[in-house]
Design a protein around this ligand. Structure first.
Ligand code: ADP
Ligand code: MG
Length: 364
């Protein structure tokens, strides 16, 4: 095979925020927005990357190995580096990337990019190495987990963004009409369970609203790394009387309880309860974990006022997106309500995505 193409989705986390790196639970769903990577092999050792969203980067495998890769291309180089470390012998590569995901918008464009690169490149070299293999069977669940873990390492170690692993597992293991319950009690080997989430049958949708406020996790710009550090200190000193550490730890514990309750509500088809849990999660993230901002609060409050069953910030916070659970015949009203609140506050208009749980990464 001289070229391979793979597509990996972004995700929205339904509930369970800032729990992944605390050995806790989260419940993401894949969104119907994704990144597609086509890769072709080259005779030389050059690596050329073209992204419709970000531009081009040209270098060599030697640049990748020595870390001499700037900016967005590091997400791709990190995956190539980890594939090499895992024993793959990579030829020179031409990679072409297209994406319908917002970059840095909290829907995990970074994991979608990593997973699509890893899958496309693995497919390219697997079919080269395995004479006659049709390339369709090797992608079993165990392999999907390996790829997710490889991509997590690329992002934490090569890019240097301290993320917990939820995004890559969601992109690789998600199923249509399911959420993915992830338990990070053993961080090196997270347990996962698909939870049927038949929103269509229930006449429900998720409305994801991108506030347009941007963060960059890899910048180490403070908030996220500081919260991780506070959680480490709170875990090391459970009897601390520091009110900030106590509030951080209260969020993590109550959020894990809410994830368990959310799974029970989904299994009981109790959508009102599920909505209430989403809203409670937002209040905990706002008040105890302090990762909300005025734009996120405005979207959540307006969604609830317009009849959403529940709403919360989703992703790391400090901007990015909210998710609202809404009856399908209220989605337009919820969207209009958020838009009106933004107009009143003088914020730029937000961007909305209607979501039902989508499938995980695939080879095209
Ligand atoms: P999120 O994952 O929520 O979108 P991150 O800050 O984790 O936010 O990752 C966003 C970064 O990932 C971008 O700034 C860019 O460096 C990189 N990235 C993601 N998708 C692409 C893409 N299609 N092309 C180039 N770079 C991308
Ligand atoms: Mg990301």
């Amino acid at each position: 095979m001289t070229s391979a193409t793979a597509t990996a989705p972004g995700r929205v986390n339904l509930i369970g925020e800032h729990t992944d790196y605390n050995g806790g639970l989260c419940l993401p769903v894949a969104v119907p927005l994704s990144t597609t990577v086509t890769v072709g092999g080259r005779e030389d050792d050059h690596v050329n990357i073209i992204s419709d969203a970000a531009g081009t980067w040209t270098g060599t495998h030697a640049d990748v190995a020595s870390g001499q890769v700037p900016g967005w291309a590091r997400y791709v180089a990190g995956v190539l580096h980890e594939l090499t470390r895992a024993g793959h012998r990579l030829p020179g590569l031409d990679l072409s990337i297209t994406s319908s995901l917002p970059l840095g918008g909290g829907l995990s464009s970074s994991a979608a990019l990593e997973c699509a690169v890893a899958l496309a490149v693995t497919q390219l070299v697997a079919t080269d190495d395995q004479d006659g293999a049709d390339g369709s069977d090797w992608l079993d669940e165990a392999r999907r987990r390996q790829i997710a873990e490889l991509c997590r390492r690329a992002e934490t170690q090569y890019v240097g963004a301290p993320t917990g692993g939820m995004d890559q597992l969601a992109s690789m293991l998600a199923r249509e009409e399911h959420a993915l319950l992830i338990d990070f009690a053993e961080p090196a080997n997270p347990r996962t369970r698909p939870v049927p989430l038949p929103l269509g049958e229930a006449g429900l949708e998720l409305l994801v609203t991108d506030t347009g406020v941007r963060h960059a996790l890899a910048d180490g710009d403070g908030g996220y790394a500081q919260r991780r550090d506070e959680c480490t200190r709170a875990a090391a000193d459970p009897d601390s009387t520091d009110p900030v550490l106590r509030a951080r730890s209260r969020h993590v514990h109550s959020e894990n309880d809410r994830v368990r309750a959310a799974v029970a509500a989904i299994e009981a088809r109790d959508w009102i309860r599920l909505g209430a849990l989403l809203t409670a999660s937002h209040h905990s993230l706002r008040d105890d974990f302090e990762v909300s901002c005025a734009e996120l609060d405005a979207a959540v409050d307006a969604a609830l006022a317009a009849g959403a069953l529940g709403a919360r910030l989703t992703g790391g916070g400090f901007g990015g997106c909210t998710v609202a659970l809404t009856h399908e015949d209220r989605v337009d009203a919820v969207r209009d309500g958020i838009d009106a609140a933004y107009a009143r506050a003088g914020y730029p208009p937000p961007v909305h995505h209607r979501v039902r749980p989508a499938a995980g990464a695939r080879i095209d």
